[in-house]
Design a protein. Structure first.
Length: 85
């Protein structure tokens, strides 16, 4: 999970810097499926508290990496209860 979060943040920074115009361009550059990149890129948008607990506190998530990607679409106040059940 930590590696995926780090990768997502790296991709987010590169997209914000204008290195890639679309997720498709990024996926081609990193040689991964666009769907995979799109899904994992969502990890860069997890609530700050969730990110802190996962990375600094090294708390275990109650979810798989796959499910964690979808939790990022929830409002920040709901993410904590979903991730750390």
């Amino acid at each position: 999970i930590l590696r995926a979060i780090g990768r997502a943040w790296s991709w987010r920074r590169r997209m914000e810097a204008g290195e890639f115009g679309t997720v498709r361009d990024l996926a081609i550059a990193v040689k991964l499926a666009e769907r995979h990149v799109s899904r994992q890129l969502r990890l860069a948008y997890l609530a700050p508290e969730v990110l802190k607990r996962l990375t600094c506190g090294r708390e275990a998530s109650a979810l798989s990496l796959y499910d964690l990607c979808f939790v990022s679409s929830l409002p920040w106040h709901e993410q904590r209860s979903r991730v750390f059940a």
